[in-house]
Design a protein around this ligand. Sequence first.
Ligand code: CTP
Ligand code: CA
Length: 227
Amino acid sequence: RGAAPVTADLAGRHVVVSAGGTREPLDPVRFLGNRSSGKQGYALARTAAARGARVTLLAANSALPDPAGVDVVPVGTARDLREAVVRAAADADAVVMAAAVADFRPASYATGKIKKKDGAEPEPVALVRNPDILAEIATSRPREGQIVAGFAAETDDVLAHGRAKLASKGCDLLVVNEVGERKTFGSEENAAVVLGADGSETVVPHGPKEALADTVWDLVVERLPGK
Ligand code: CTP
Ligand code: CA
């Protein structure tokens, strides 16, 4: 790091960040979704741009304004996001999956609006699994030396769940948030532990999402191969 006022330690790097939450349509007017605001992913995109990176932000249904100097690609469903990640990751130095990806989608899509039937109870909604984007990128590593990071919200034995998830996904870093009522969703602040595949544990105290984002980039930079 030099004496520059803003540390350009991601200059010459391409980073891909996913943000927001996927929506899985049932019919033209309804979807299964989640409460992810996109704030953490947008903070990652802004901070990476400030550190000199070329940033591709894959934005799933976020209402946030496009960050300046960032290439924003809007996506809807988990399958859309998978396609966009695969495309953007081909030449990426780092991929950070901050988006909340729906684990399941409706097994079928009704091309016309689903209507009530006179007095009858509704049919159950059958679901099928979505692709696991993080595991796919972490195991395929489209670019050599690429760093792959994910996020996980856990309850109960948060660190044990986090360690198991890091290993099963095969990623380099996993940011683990403890969730409970009123924690994390839609708030400006976030507290977390970042687990490394090398056994590292970085505690990030409660604070702005930018601070957590900068810690993630610090850990990514440490792990990036030299240019
Ligand atoms: N993720 C993904 N594709 C999915 C599901 C999750 O890429 N189909 C990514 C998320 O973006 C996140 C990480 O995987 O970075 C962990 O998400 P999480 O929902 O905690 O993991 P799951 O494997 O879905 O585990 P769980 O059954 O606990 O939801
Ligand atoms: Ca999940």
